[in-house]
Design a protein around this ligand. Structure first.
Ligand code: FAD
Length: 504
């Protein structure tokens, strides 16, 4: 028997480590609630994790097995579980973030000392963070060059799903693990609690039920969503993806973050969509597969590029673990952020008086999700209109996003703050009013999330900052006036960055 330790790969299908272990013989799937990880979790993410685990557990149950669920320090839990279940090897998929790598090194050591074999596999991204480098051998810091090499590479096919007979029998697991009172049958003292298939409630882990609806979880839901997206919406992805009111993006981020769908499976599906796109392009004469600018082929490629952004940021974090809390790009004099607590609080509440910003922040609160274009707008607003340190925004997103992913979230924030790899230049400052007008012309997205503005003419909404106090009071008395003047703050932001660059 071998143990497969699930972490950010809550799936049985296209799971390289699980498939490899199953190929050798019987496997038991294990998940460990690690207090160090829980210390950085949030209500939203705990709810989303539990939903993903329930779906994974049900996948095991459908195959006559079950999920072993433990709580404690993986360093002590895994050797004891291996002992109790008579397993001679523990297998997992690599997590490339810095904190996870440190933890895994400790677990490796503990298993070694206990005389238990261990094996780590590459699974989370298509190409290992080390494998795509510049001709000089350095990691890439410019996405376009990274993408060119990424897209030229061969990819592995999806890993096979284990057969029912490869998985440990549920009854045998229950017998080996004293499930009723949470103690290991043969006395594993270090494990706080271990059960077969029993999942805690958020309160058991010290969290509350979130107000936000965290959306569907699990492999079946991920596949359904991806199939749906790739059957039609993907062919208009490049033209539509920036408009938040349209259902034009895949909504795969949380599924990918929790590993409920394998990236090989997802990428393979995009290749099938590409074949359809090429056929359509041939029929309509709309792009011939070599024209990068428009048509269904370019649209599918644009979607593949987003999967590559995810891998780009994974390798940025892998090579620079310090970016979690530090600017990637140094400013010689340091950036003197303004950090006004009241302004930051208004931003978090979605009460800045900038309609598109407020709509985004309220979408985040309600759905634990925000559209990508709006993430860019609210992040620009926090850093370049409120002149607040991107880390305030990152922490808030980390608490509220169901798809929070250290690499992508950090990459997104440092891009917007002009401190990251391949970031927005510091002098490019989004105008939140023109962004709203361009990407939500009829104010459909805005009014969905900002009820105070329902019934107000879209033209008035898009010139909210230019209206007089009386006009605003007449149009939407409950909605706030802008808390800052964008044009003034734009100048302040430019001055702030120039000072940091030693250019003032
Ligand atoms: P689609 O447009 O359908 O893209 C498909 C997939 O590609 C996504 O699910 C995601 O896995 C990946 N992807 C897309 N855009 C990016 C990107 N810019 N960087 C990295 N991967 C990308 N994405 C997260 O997954 N987690 C985060 O915590 C996160 N935080 C962000 C913070 C900021 C400030 C910004 C500007 C962006 C952030 N993003 C994050 C990237 C992006 O906004 C989301 O991935 C996207 O909105 C998710 O919606 P979707 O699945 O419909 O995306």
């Amino acid at each position: 028997m071998e143990l497969f330790w699930h972490r950010r790969d809550l799936r049985a299908a296209d799971n390289v480590g699980l498939a490899t272990a199953a190929d050798r013989g019987e496997v038991a799937g294990v998940f460990v609630f690690d207090d160090d990880v829980l210390a950085h979790a949030s209500d939203v993410r705990v709810r989303r994790l539990l939903d993903g685990l329930a779906a994974l557990r049900d996948d095991y149950r459908d195959r006559g097995s079950d999920l072993v669920v433990a709580r404690g320090d993986p360093e002590t839990v895994l050797p004891e579980l291996a002992d109790a279940l008579d397993a001679d090897r523990v297998v997992w998929n690599r997590d490339y973030s810095g904190v996870a790598r440190e933890r895994d090194a400790e677990v490796r050591k503990a298993l070694n000392e206990a005389g238990i074999e261990r094996e780590a596999h590459h699974d989370a991204v298509l190409h290992t963070p080390d494998s795509i480098r510049t001709n000089a051998g350095d990691p890439y810091s410019v996405y376009t060059y990274y993408w060119r090499k990424w897209t030229d590479r061969q990819t592995d096919p999806p890993a096979p799903t284990p057969e029912e007979t490869d998985l440990a029998d549920a009854n045998a697991l229950a017998a080996a693990v004293g499930a009723d009172d949470g103690a290991l049958a043969d006395g594993g003292a270090a494990i706080d609690r271990v059960t077969v298939g029993d999942l805690p409630a958020p309160a058991d882990l010290g969290f509350a039920e979130p107000d936000a609806d965290v959306g569907p979880a699990g492999t079946a839901a991920a596949r359904e969503r991806l199939d749906d997206f790739l059957s039609e919406a993907v062919f208009g992805y490049d033209a539509e993806r920036d408009y938040p009111a349209r259902e034009a993006t895949s909504r795969m981020s949380a599924f990918l973050k929790y590993g409920e769908i394998g990236v090989r499976e997802a990428y393979e599906a995009t290749k099938e969509a590409m074949a359809v796109a090429e056929e359509r392009a041939g029929e309509s004469g709309d792009g011939d597969g070599t024209d990068d600018d428009e048509g269904p082929v370019a649209a599918v490629e644009e979607f593949q590029q987003q999967l590559a952004w995810r891998e780009f940021y994974t390798q940025v974090l892998y090579h620079n673990p310090e970016v979690v809390s530090e600017n990637y790009k140094e400013y010689e004099e340091g950036i003197e952020w303004r950090d006004d607590p009241e302004e930051i609080a208004a931003w978090k509440r979605g009460e800045t008086g900038y309609p598109i910003v407020d709509a985004g922040m309220r979408q985040l609160r309600e759905e634990a999700f925000m559209h990508n274009r709006v993430r860019m707008i609210v992040a620009s607003f926090l850093t370049k209109d409120l002149l607040a340190d991107w880390r305030h925004g990152y922490d808030h997103f980390r608490e509220r996003l169901a798809d929070h992913d250290t690499a992508n979230d950090n990459g997104g924030w440092q891009w917007a703050a002009s401190t990251g790899t391949d970031a927005q230049p510091y002098f490019r400052i989004f105008n939140p009013m023109t962004q709203g007008e361009r990407y939500d012309p009829d104010a459909e997205y805005i009014t969905e999330y900002v009820p105070e503005l329902r019934g107000v003419d879209a033209d008035l909404i898009h010139e909210w900052n230019e209206l007089s106090p009386t006009q605003r009071a007449n149009a939407a008395p409950e909605y706030p006036s802008p808390i800052v003047d964008h044009s003034e703050r734009r100048e302040d932001a430019l001055a702030m960055y120039k000072r940091a660059r030693g250019e003032d």
